[in-house]
Design a binder for this molecule. Structure first.
Ligand code: ZN
Length: 117
């Protein structure tokens, strides 16, 4: 991959990493606040646990993406960024532009989604 392009992906990933870290921190804070404010009233309790479930679910997704973003930045460092971890071919630039932390090329991603990988 061209150095210039790699640099652009790196910037994108770093910006996303900062953004996701901020979300994770805020979600953890919100989760704790929800705990502290736990009401005794049963109706309030139900609403409270709903909010917490929602927050935890959301933070799982965020953490997963944050992990993928960090891995992508590691691959930029070791020079393997942009190569599919499945077939070692170059991942399509269009795919990387849409999902800069993609580990698989489109073909391998499809196979993975079908449970073939
Ligand atoms: Zn592949």
């Amino acid at each position: 991959m061209e150095k210039k392009r790699l640099e652009q992906f790196k910037k994108k990933l770093e910006a996303r990493q900062v953004e996701l870290r901020r979300i994770v921190t805020r979600t953890e804070h919100d989760g704790r606040t929800a705990d502290e404010e736990a009401a005794q009233d049963i109706a309030d309790k139900a609403a409270n646990s709903y909010t917490k479930d929602f927050l935890f679910h959301q933070s799982d997704d965020t953490r997963r993406i944050l992990q993928l973003v960090s891995e992508a930045l590691e691959r930029i460092k070791d020079g393997s960024y942009g190569l599919c971890v499945g077939c070692q071919e170059e991942v399509q630039i269009k795919r990387l532009e849409a999902v800069p932390w993609a580990r698989h090329c489109i073909e391998c991603q499809e196979k993975q989604e079908q449970g073939l990988l």
